[in-house]
Design a protein around this ligand. Structure first.
Ligand SMILES: *Cc1c(COP(=O)(O)O)cnc(C)c1O
Length: 462
Protein backbone atom coordinates (compact mmCIF):
# COMPACT_ATOMS: atom_id res chain seq x y z
CA UNK A 1 0.00 0.00 0.00
CA UNK A 2 1.34 3.41 -0.98
CA UNK A 3 0.49 6.76 0.61
CA UNK A 4 0.13 10.12 -1.17
CA UNK A 5 0.00 13.66 0.22
CA UNK A 6 -3.21 15.70 0.22
CA UNK A 7 -1.22 18.53 -1.40
CA UNK A 8 0.12 16.36 -4.17
CA UNK A 9 3.75 17.49 -4.03
CA UNK A 10 5.49 15.23 -1.47
CA UNK A 11 7.18 11.88 -2.07
CA UNK A 12 4.86 8.83 -2.25
CA UNK A 13 5.67 6.66 0.80
CA UNK A 14 5.03 3.19 2.16
CA UNK A 15 3.08 2.63 5.40
CA UNK A 16 6.09 2.66 7.73
CA UNK A 17 7.55 5.88 6.36
CA UNK A 18 4.15 7.61 6.24
CA UNK A 19 3.55 6.64 9.86
CA UNK A 20 7.00 7.72 11.08
CA UNK A 21 6.87 11.03 9.20
CA UNK A 22 3.50 12.37 10.26
CA UNK A 23 3.23 15.59 8.23
CA UNK A 24 4.20 15.36 4.53
CA UNK A 25 7.05 17.59 3.32
CA UNK A 26 4.68 19.70 1.20
CA UNK A 27 2.69 20.51 4.35
CA UNK A 28 -0.01 17.96 3.44
CA UNK A 29 -1.29 14.81 5.15
CA UNK A 30 -0.74 11.26 3.97
CA UNK A 31 -3.70 9.22 2.73
CA UNK A 32 -3.76 5.75 1.15
CA UNK A 33 -3.49 5.75 -2.63
CA UNK A 34 -6.55 3.47 -2.79
CA UNK A 35 -8.95 2.33 -0.06
CA UNK A 36 -8.99 -1.47 0.40
CA UNK A 37 -12.46 -3.02 0.16
CA UNK A 38 -14.16 -5.44 2.51
CA UNK A 39 -17.02 -7.43 1.00
CA UNK A 40 -20.29 -8.09 2.83
CA UNK A 41 -18.98 -11.60 3.45
CA UNK A 42 -15.73 -10.28 4.96
CA UNK A 43 -17.72 -7.97 7.24
CA UNK A 44 -20.20 -10.69 8.26
CA UNK A 45 -17.25 -12.89 9.23
CA UNK A 46 -16.16 -10.32 11.84
CA UNK A 47 -19.21 -11.09 14.00
CA UNK A 48 -18.23 -12.52 17.35
CA UNK A 49 -14.50 -12.09 16.81
CA UNK A 50 -12.26 -10.47 19.44
CA UNK A 51 -11.43 -6.78 19.09
CA UNK A 52 -7.84 -7.77 18.29
CA UNK A 53 -8.89 -10.14 15.50
CA UNK A 54 -11.10 -7.49 13.91
CA UNK A 55 -8.23 -5.01 14.24
CA UNK A 56 -5.92 -7.37 12.40
CA UNK A 57 -8.34 -8.03 9.54
CA UNK A 58 -9.31 -4.38 9.07
CA UNK A 59 -5.80 -2.93 9.24
CA UNK A 60 -3.70 -5.61 7.51
CA UNK A 61 -4.33 -4.40 3.92
CA UNK A 62 -3.24 -0.86 4.87
CA UNK A 63 -0.09 -2.03 6.63
CA UNK A 64 0.94 -4.32 3.76
CA UNK A 65 4.25 -6.10 4.33
CA UNK A 66 5.59 -3.58 6.88
CA UNK A 67 5.45 -6.31 9.54
CA UNK A 68 5.22 -10.08 9.15
CA UNK A 69 1.64 -11.19 9.94
CA UNK A 70 2.52 -12.93 13.20
CA UNK A 71 4.43 -9.88 14.41
CA UNK A 72 1.57 -7.54 13.50
CA UNK A 73 -0.84 -9.72 15.48
CA UNK A 74 1.56 -9.61 18.41
CA UNK A 75 1.81 -5.78 18.27
CA UNK A 76 -1.98 -5.51 18.32
CA UNK A 77 -2.23 -7.90 21.26
CA UNK A 78 0.29 -5.87 23.27
CA UNK A 79 -1.37 -2.57 22.39
CA UNK A 80 -4.72 -3.52 23.91
CA UNK A 81 -3.60 -5.83 26.73
CA UNK A 82 -3.61 -2.95 29.24
CA UNK A 83 -7.23 -1.96 28.60
CA UNK A 84 -9.65 -2.25 31.48
CA UNK A 85 -12.43 -4.04 29.56
CA UNK A 86 -12.20 -7.36 27.67
CA UNK A 87 -14.30 -6.03 24.78
CA UNK A 88 -11.91 -3.02 24.54
CA UNK A 89 -14.72 -0.89 23.02
CA UNK A 90 -18.00 -2.06 24.59
CA UNK A 91 -21.38 -0.80 23.38
CA UNK A 92 -24.01 0.30 25.87
CA UNK A 93 -27.62 1.06 25.04
CA UNK A 94 -28.68 4.55 26.11
CA UNK A 95 -32.18 4.82 24.65
CA UNK A 96 -34.20 3.08 21.93
CA UNK A 97 -31.91 2.86 18.89
CA UNK A 98 -29.25 5.01 20.57
CA UNK A 99 -26.01 3.43 21.75
CA UNK A 100 -22.82 4.64 23.43
CA UNK A 101 -19.51 3.23 22.22
CA UNK A 102 -17.27 3.37 25.29
CA UNK A 103 -13.78 4.27 24.09
CA UNK A 104 -12.34 5.18 27.49
CA UNK A 105 -11.09 1.90 28.94
CA UNK A 106 -7.45 2.49 27.93
CA UNK A 107 -4.61 3.61 30.22
CA UNK A 108 -5.35 7.36 30.00
CA UNK A 109 -9.15 7.07 29.89
CA UNK A 110 -9.79 8.59 26.44
CA UNK A 111 -10.19 7.16 22.94
CA UNK A 112 -6.72 8.43 21.99
CA UNK A 113 -5.29 5.29 23.66
CA UNK A 114 -6.68 3.08 20.88
CA UNK A 115 -4.38 4.68 18.33
CA UNK A 116 -1.50 5.74 20.53
CA UNK A 117 -0.95 2.36 22.20
CA UNK A 118 -0.81 0.71 18.79
CA UNK A 119 1.51 3.20 17.14
CA UNK A 120 3.74 3.03 20.24
CA UNK A 121 4.13 -0.69 19.53
CA UNK A 122 4.62 -0.14 15.80
CA UNK A 123 7.19 2.66 16.28
CA UNK A 124 9.16 0.52 18.71
CA UNK A 125 9.19 -2.46 16.34
CA UNK A 126 10.30 -0.29 13.41
CA UNK A 127 13.02 1.50 15.43
CA UNK A 128 14.38 -1.73 16.86
CA UNK A 129 14.74 -3.01 13.31
CA UNK A 130 16.39 0.14 11.94
CA UNK A 131 18.46 1.13 14.97
CA UNK A 132 17.26 4.74 14.56
CA UNK A 133 16.53 7.20 17.32
CA UNK A 134 13.65 9.68 17.02
CA UNK A 135 12.26 12.75 18.72
CA UNK A 136 8.50 12.80 19.03
CA UNK A 137 6.93 16.20 19.44
CA UNK A 138 3.19 16.39 19.94
CA UNK A 139 0.70 19.20 20.51
CA UNK A 140 -2.27 18.42 22.69
CA UNK A 141 -5.53 19.92 23.80
CA UNK A 142 -5.28 17.46 26.67
CA UNK A 143 -5.82 13.82 25.78
CA UNK A 144 -3.32 13.20 22.96
CA UNK A 145 -0.43 14.23 25.17
CA UNK A 146 -1.10 11.85 28.02
CA UNK A 147 -1.87 9.03 25.58
CA UNK A 148 1.44 9.64 23.76
CA UNK A 149 3.42 9.79 26.99
CA UNK A 150 1.80 6.58 28.22
CA UNK A 151 2.62 4.85 24.92
CA UNK A 152 6.25 6.04 24.54
CA UNK A 153 7.55 6.53 28.11
CA UNK A 154 10.69 4.59 28.91
CA UNK A 155 11.40 3.50 25.30
CA UNK A 156 15.16 3.60 24.75
CA UNK A 157 15.25 5.09 21.24
CA UNK A 158 12.60 7.80 21.66
CA UNK A 159 12.30 11.21 23.34
CA UNK A 160 8.77 12.48 23.69
CA UNK A 161 7.97 16.20 24.04
CA UNK A 162 4.38 17.30 24.57
CA UNK A 163 3.24 20.88 24.11
CA UNK A 164 0.02 21.73 25.94
CA UNK A 165 -1.70 25.10 26.42
CA UNK A 166 -0.76 26.39 29.88
CA UNK A 167 -3.79 26.58 32.17
CA UNK A 168 -6.22 25.22 29.60
CA UNK A 169 -6.27 21.50 30.31
CA UNK A 170 -8.03 19.78 33.19
CA UNK A 171 -6.02 18.88 36.30
CA UNK A 172 -6.30 15.16 35.58
CA UNK A 173 -5.11 15.72 32.02
CA UNK A 174 -2.18 17.85 33.22
CA UNK A 175 -1.16 15.39 35.91
CA UNK A 176 -1.26 12.49 33.48
CA UNK A 177 1.36 14.38 31.44
CA UNK A 178 3.51 15.81 34.23
CA UNK A 179 3.75 12.89 36.67
CA UNK A 180 5.44 10.11 34.63
CA UNK A 181 8.99 9.89 36.00
CA UNK A 182 10.73 8.44 32.92
CA UNK A 183 13.63 10.64 31.73
CA UNK A 184 12.56 10.53 28.07
CA UNK A 185 9.25 12.27 28.87
CA UNK A 186 9.17 16.09 28.60
CA UNK A 187 5.94 17.99 29.32
CA UNK A 188 6.01 21.59 28.01
CA UNK A 189 3.36 24.12 29.11
CA UNK A 190 3.13 26.72 26.33
CA UNK A 191 1.88 30.27 26.88
CA UNK A 192 -0.93 30.17 24.32
CA UNK A 193 -3.92 28.10 23.22
CA UNK A 194 -4.08 24.73 21.48
CA UNK A 195 -3.95 26.28 18.02
CA UNK A 196 -0.66 27.98 19.03
CA UNK A 197 0.71 24.58 20.14
CA UNK A 198 -0.37 23.04 16.86
CA UNK A 199 1.06 25.94 14.84
CA UNK A 200 4.50 25.73 16.54
CA UNK A 201 4.50 21.98 15.92
CA UNK A 202 3.82 22.55 12.22
CA UNK A 203 6.61 25.18 12.16
CA UNK A 204 9.05 22.60 13.53
CA UNK A 205 8.08 20.13 10.81
CA UNK A 206 8.53 22.82 8.17
CA UNK A 207 12.00 23.73 9.52
CA UNK A 208 13.76 20.93 7.64
CA UNK A 209 17.16 21.56 9.31
CA UNK A 210 15.60 21.04 12.74
CA UNK A 211 13.33 18.25 11.52
CA UNK A 212 16.21 16.24 10.09
CA UNK A 213 18.64 17.23 12.88
CA UNK A 214 16.57 15.72 15.69
CA UNK A 215 14.85 13.06 13.54
CA UNK A 216 11.45 14.52 14.26
CA UNK A 217 8.43 12.23 14.24
CA UNK A 218 4.81 13.25 14.68
CA UNK A 219 2.08 11.42 16.57
CA UNK A 220 -0.65 14.04 16.33
CA UNK A 221 -3.98 13.03 14.96
CA UNK A 222 -2.73 13.85 11.46
CA UNK A 223 -0.57 10.73 11.70
CA UNK A 224 -2.03 8.15 9.32
CA UNK A 225 -1.25 5.31 11.73
CA UNK A 226 -3.57 6.90 14.27
CA UNK A 227 -6.45 7.37 11.88
CA UNK A 228 -6.08 3.76 10.79
CA UNK A 229 -6.23 2.35 14.34
CA UNK A 230 -9.50 4.24 14.88
CA UNK A 231 -11.18 2.66 11.85
CA UNK A 232 -11.39 -0.62 13.76
CA UNK A 233 -14.03 0.29 16.35
CA UNK A 234 -16.46 1.48 13.70
CA UNK A 235 -16.38 -2.10 12.43
CA UNK A 236 -16.77 -3.77 15.83
CA UNK A 237 -19.68 -1.48 16.74
CA UNK A 238 -21.51 -1.73 13.41
CA UNK A 239 -21.13 -5.50 13.26
CA UNK A 240 -22.51 -5.83 16.81
CA UNK A 241 -25.60 -3.91 15.66
CA UNK A 242 -26.20 -5.99 12.55
CA UNK A 243 -23.85 -4.84 9.79
CA UNK A 244 -23.44 -5.74 6.97
CA UNK A 245 -27.16 -6.63 6.91
CA UNK A 246 -28.20 -3.40 8.60
CA UNK A 247 -26.81 0.14 8.23
CA UNK A 248 -25.65 2.07 11.28
CA UNK A 249 -25.02 5.79 11.91
CA UNK A 250 -22.38 7.38 14.12
CA UNK A 251 -22.16 10.69 15.96
CA UNK A 252 -18.64 11.76 16.80
CA UNK A 253 -17.58 14.51 19.25
CA UNK A 254 -15.15 16.25 16.94
CA UNK A 255 -12.18 18.57 17.19
CA UNK A 256 -9.36 17.77 14.81
CA UNK A 257 -11.57 15.58 12.59
CA UNK A 258 -9.34 12.51 13.05
CA UNK A 259 -11.85 10.23 14.72
CA UNK A 260 -14.68 10.98 12.33
CA UNK A 261 -12.39 10.70 9.32
CA UNK A 262 -11.63 7.15 10.48
CA UNK A 263 -15.39 6.54 10.23
CA UNK A 264 -15.32 7.89 6.69
CA UNK A 265 -12.57 5.40 5.82
CA UNK A 266 -14.62 2.55 7.32
CA UNK A 267 -17.51 3.62 5.10
CA UNK A 268 -15.27 3.77 2.04
CA UNK A 269 -14.05 0.25 2.83
CA UNK A 270 -17.62 -1.00 2.51
CA UNK A 271 -19.05 -0.75 6.02
CA UNK A 272 -22.73 0.30 5.67
CA UNK A 273 -22.62 3.61 7.55
CA UNK A 274 -25.62 5.77 6.77
CA UNK A 275 -24.62 9.02 8.44
CA UNK A 276 -21.53 10.39 10.05
CA UNK A 277 -22.57 13.24 12.31
CA UNK A 278 -19.98 15.82 13.39
CA UNK A 279 -20.73 17.10 16.91
CA UNK A 280 -18.92 20.27 18.02
CA UNK A 281 -19.03 22.40 21.15
CA UNK A 282 -19.27 26.19 20.98
CA UNK A 283 -16.08 26.15 18.92
CA UNK A 284 -18.17 25.24 15.91
CA UNK A 285 -15.96 25.93 12.90
CA UNK A 286 -16.76 22.53 11.40
CA UNK A 287 -20.51 22.91 11.85
CA UNK A 288 -20.34 26.37 10.27
CA UNK A 289 -18.19 25.07 7.42
CA UNK A 290 -20.63 22.28 6.57
CA UNK A 291 -23.59 24.64 6.91
CA UNK A 292 -22.26 27.60 4.93
CA UNK A 293 -19.46 26.20 2.75
CA UNK A 294 -17.13 28.82 4.17
CA UNK A 295 -14.37 27.89 6.57
CA UNK A 296 -13.44 30.88 8.65
CA UNK A 297 -11.26 30.95 11.75
CA UNK A 298 -12.50 32.65 14.90
CA UNK A 299 -10.81 32.80 18.28
CA UNK A 300 -10.96 29.74 20.52
CA UNK A 301 -13.45 30.02 23.37
CA UNK A 302 -12.42 27.71 26.25
CA UNK A 303 -15.18 25.21 27.11
CA UNK A 304 -15.89 22.34 29.50
CA UNK A 305 -15.05 19.94 26.64
CA UNK A 306 -11.46 21.21 26.17
CA UNK A 307 -10.31 18.41 23.86
CA UNK A 308 -12.53 19.94 21.18
CA UNK A 309 -11.49 23.58 21.76
CA UNK A 310 -9.89 24.25 18.41
CA UNK A 311 -10.52 26.33 15.36
CA UNK A 312 -8.15 24.74 12.88
CA UNK A 313 -9.22 21.18 12.27
CA UNK A 314 -6.19 19.53 10.69
CA UNK A 315 -7.72 16.30 9.44
CA UNK A 316 -10.48 18.15 7.63
CA UNK A 317 -7.88 18.55 4.89
CA UNK A 318 -8.17 14.82 4.21
CA UNK A 319 -11.93 15.13 3.67
CA UNK A 320 -11.39 18.15 1.42
CA UNK A 321 -8.91 16.14 -0.66
CA UNK A 322 -11.58 13.50 -1.26
CA UNK A 323 -14.27 16.13 -1.89
CA UNK A 324 -12.08 17.71 -4.58
CA UNK A 325 -11.61 14.41 -6.36
CA UNK A 326 -8.08 14.01 -4.92
CA UNK A 327 -6.77 17.18 -6.57
CA UNK A 328 -3.80 18.13 -4.37
CA UNK A 329 -3.23 21.45 -6.11
CA UNK A 330 -6.72 22.69 -5.20
CA UNK A 331 -6.26 21.60 -1.57
CA UNK A 332 -2.85 23.33 -1.43
CA UNK A 333 -4.43 26.54 -2.77
CA UNK A 334 -7.24 26.45 -0.19
CA UNK A 335 -4.81 25.82 2.65
CA UNK A 336 -2.64 28.73 1.45
CA UNK A 337 -5.75 30.90 1.49
CA UNK A 338 -6.55 29.76 5.05
CA UNK A 339 -3.00 30.66 6.10
CA UNK A 340 -3.13 34.06 4.38
CA UNK A 341 -6.63 35.31 5.13
CA UNK A 342 -7.94 33.02 7.86
CA UNK A 343 -10.56 31.33 5.67
CA UNK A 344 -11.62 29.86 2.32
CA UNK A 345 -14.76 28.98 0.40
CA UNK A 346 -15.44 25.39 -0.63
CA UNK A 347 -16.69 24.85 -4.20
CA UNK A 348 -20.33 23.85 -4.62
CA UNK A 349 -19.46 20.39 -5.94
CA UNK A 350 -17.08 19.63 -3.09
CA UNK A 351 -19.56 20.92 -0.53
CA UNK A 352 -22.28 18.64 -1.88
CA UNK A 353 -19.95 15.65 -1.59
CA UNK A 354 -19.13 16.59 2.02
CA UNK A 355 -22.81 16.99 2.90
CA UNK A 356 -23.66 13.60 1.39
CA UNK A 357 -21.34 12.02 3.94
CA UNK A 358 -21.35 14.32 6.96
CA UNK A 359 -24.15 15.92 8.96
CA UNK A 360 -23.33 18.24 11.84
CA UNK A 361 -24.52 20.05 14.94
CA UNK A 362 -23.09 22.38 17.61
CA UNK A 363 -23.90 22.40 21.33
CA UNK A 364 -23.64 25.32 23.77
CA UNK A 365 -22.11 25.05 27.22
CA UNK A 366 -25.52 25.22 28.89
CA UNK A 367 -26.90 22.45 26.68
CA UNK A 368 -23.84 20.32 27.40
CA UNK A 369 -24.35 20.64 31.17
CA UNK A 370 -28.08 20.01 30.82
CA UNK A 371 -27.39 16.87 28.78
CA UNK A 372 -25.01 15.48 31.42
CA UNK A 373 -27.66 16.11 34.09
CA UNK A 374 -30.54 14.66 32.07
CA UNK A 375 -28.66 11.50 31.03
CA UNK A 376 -27.56 10.90 34.64
CA UNK A 377 -31.12 11.36 35.87
CA UNK A 378 -32.81 9.23 33.23
CA UNK A 379 -30.28 6.42 32.67
CA UNK A 380 -27.87 6.53 35.62
CA UNK A 381 -24.97 6.95 33.17
CA UNK A 382 -22.49 9.66 34.09
CA UNK A 383 -20.96 10.90 30.84
CA UNK A 384 -18.05 13.27 30.13
CA UNK A 385 -18.71 16.70 28.56
CA UNK A 386 -17.36 15.63 25.13
CA UNK A 387 -19.65 12.63 25.10
CA UNK A 388 -22.54 14.86 26.17
CA UNK A 389 -21.94 17.08 23.14
CA UNK A 390 -22.16 13.96 20.98
CA UNK A 391 -25.29 12.63 22.69
CA UNK A 392 -27.10 15.96 22.32
CA UNK A 393 -26.34 16.21 18.59
CA UNK A 394 -27.16 12.54 18.02
CA UNK A 395 -30.60 13.07 19.53
CA UNK A 396 -31.42 15.34 16.57
CA UNK A 397 -30.56 12.52 14.16
CA UNK A 398 -32.32 9.51 15.68
CA UNK A 399 -34.50 7.45 13.38
CA UNK A 400 -34.90 3.93 12.06
CA UNK A 401 -31.14 3.42 11.75
CA UNK A 402 -29.29 2.58 14.97
CA UNK A 403 -27.24 5.57 16.14
CA UNK A 404 -23.92 5.06 17.90
CA UNK A 405 -22.47 8.02 19.81
CA UNK A 406 -18.77 7.74 20.54
CA UNK A 407 -18.08 8.15 24.28
CA UNK A 408 -14.64 9.65 23.83
CA UNK A 409 -13.48 10.06 27.44
CA UNK A 410 -14.15 8.77 30.95
CA UNK A 411 -16.08 11.27 33.09
CA UNK A 412 -13.36 11.11 35.78
CA UNK A 413 -11.05 13.03 33.44
CA UNK A 414 -13.32 16.06 33.88
CA UNK A 415 -14.60 15.68 37.46
CA UNK A 416 -15.26 19.38 38.15
CA UNK A 417 -17.37 19.96 35.05
CA UNK A 418 -19.28 16.72 35.54
CA UNK A 419 -19.97 17.36 39.23
CA UNK A 420 -21.11 20.91 38.53
CA UNK A 421 -23.53 19.59 35.91
CA UNK A 422 -25.07 16.59 37.67
CA UNK A 423 -23.96 16.66 41.30
CA UNK A 424 -22.00 13.40 41.08
CA UNK A 425 -18.20 13.39 41.26
CA UNK A 426 -16.98 10.49 39.10
CA UNK A 427 -14.10 8.62 40.82
CA UNK A 428 -10.88 7.67 39.02
CA UNK A 429 -10.47 3.94 38.40
CA UNK A 430 -8.43 2.34 41.22
CA UNK A 431 -5.31 1.90 39.07
CA UNK A 432 -4.84 5.69 38.92
CA UNK A 433 -6.24 6.68 42.31
CA UNK A 434 -2.86 8.11 43.48
CA UNK A 435 -2.60 10.56 40.54
CA UNK A 436 -3.07 13.57 42.82
CA UNK A 437 -0.19 12.51 45.07
CA UNK A 438 2.50 11.99 42.45
CA UNK A 439 5.10 14.80 41.96
CA UNK A 440 4.79 16.90 38.78
CA UNK A 441 7.56 17.80 36.32
CA UNK A 442 6.87 20.45 33.68
CA UNK A 443 8.69 23.23 31.78
CA UNK A 444 6.86 26.49 31.04
CA UNK A 445 7.69 27.72 27.50
CA UNK A 446 7.05 30.86 25.44
CA UNK A 447 5.04 30.71 22.22
CA UNK A 448 8.22 31.09 20.18
CA UNK A 449 9.73 28.67 17.66
CA UNK A 450 13.42 29.42 18.18
CA UNK A 451 13.39 29.05 21.95
CA UNK A 452 11.33 25.85 21.65
CA UNK A 453 13.78 24.30 19.20
CA UNK A 454 16.74 25.25 21.42
CA UNK A 455 15.06 23.72 24.46
CA UNK A 456 14.27 20.48 22.66
CA UNK A 457 17.82 20.12 21.36
CA UNK A 458 19.14 20.61 24.91
CA UNK A 459 16.77 18.17 26.53
CA UNK A 460 17.12 15.24 24.16
CA UNK A 461 18.42 12.32 26.22
CA UNK A 462 22.02 11.55 25.33
C1 LIG B 1 -9.38 14.28 20.93
C2 LIG B 1 -10.72 14.23 21.52
C3 LIG B 1 -11.86 14.55 20.77
C4 LIG B 1 -11.77 15.03 19.34
O1 LIG B 1 -11.28 14.05 18.45
P1 LIG B 1 -10.72 14.46 17.03
O2 LIG B 1 -10.18 13.21 16.43
O3 LIG B 1 -9.66 15.49 17.27
O4 LIG B 1 -11.84 15.04 16.25
C5 LIG B 1 -13.09 14.40 21.37
N1 LIG B 1 -13.21 13.99 22.65
C6 LIG B 1 -12.14 13.69 23.41
C7 LIG B 1 -12.35 13.26 24.81
C8 LIG B 1 -10.85 13.80 22.87
O5 LIG B 1 -9.79 13.49 23.62
Amino acid sequence: MRYVSTRGAAPVLGFEEAMMTGLARDGGLYVPETVPQMSAGDIAALAGQSYEEVAFRVMAPFVGDTFPQAQFRDLIARAYAGFGHPARAPLKQLAPNHFLLELFHGPTLAFKDFAMQLIGQMFQAALTRSGNRITIVGATSGDTGSAAIEAFKGLSNVDVFILFPHGRVSEVQRRQMTTPAEANVHALALDGDFDDCQARLKDMFNDFAFRDGVNLAGVNSINWGRVLAQVVYYFTAAVSLGAPHRAVSFTVPTGNFGDIFAGYIARRMGLPIERLVVATNQNDILHRTLTTGIQKKEGVRPSISPSMDIQVSSNFERALFEAYGRDGAVVAAQMAELQKSGGFTISQGALEMLRETFASGAVSEDETRATIARIAATTGEVICPHTAVGVRVAEDHLGATPMVTLATAHPAKFPDAVEAACGQRPPLPPRMADLYDRPERVTRVANDLTSLETLIREKICA
